[in-house]
Design a protein around this ligand. Structure first.
Ligand SMILES: [Zn+2]
Ligand SMILES: [Zn+2]
Length: 130
């Protein structure tokens, strides 16, 4: 009888350790997702908080795999630049004027994930006529 109880206790302890490890892994995954949600403005490199959206226009319908996107900036650099904020093209590293914008491609992936790829600014990338 004592052996049975001992065995049971060991089982419970093993179960608790396994559950603890699983719980830890879940927490780690959650914090990882939070890091990924952190967004930077592609023009001025300012860290954006939740609710601060990049000002952009999206062309072409939603049901195509990649859409044309024109990025005007974020609340920190559009319509006016805050002090110390500079609008720089991430592709050619040249300054981007207030009336210029970045051309990007928005890829709609499965599970609602979006991927934005900046192609260039109006200086280094001429939009195709298609
Ligand atoms: Zn910005
Ligand atoms: Zn450029």
């Amino acid at each position: 009888m004592e052996y049975l109880l001992m065995g049971l206790a060991v089982c419970v302890i093993v179960f608790l350790i396994a559950w603890y490890i699983k719980f830890n892994q879940k927490q780690r995954k959650k914090s990882h997702v939070k890091e990924k949600q952190h967004v930077k403005c592609p023009l001025c490199d300012t860290n954006l908080f939740v609710g601060e959206n990049i000002i952009s226009k999206i062309y072409r319908p939603m049901n195509v795999p990649d859409q044309l996107m024109l990025i005007s900036g974020c609340p920190h650099c559009y319509p006016k630049c805050e002090s110390g904020v500079k609008r720089i093209c991430p592709v050619c590293r040249k300054p981007v004027a207030q009336n210029q914008c970045l051309t990007a491609r928005l890829f709609n992936k499965a599970l609602g994930k979006k991927h934005v790829h900046v192609v260039g600014c109006s200086n280094c990338h001429k939009p195709r006529a298609d």
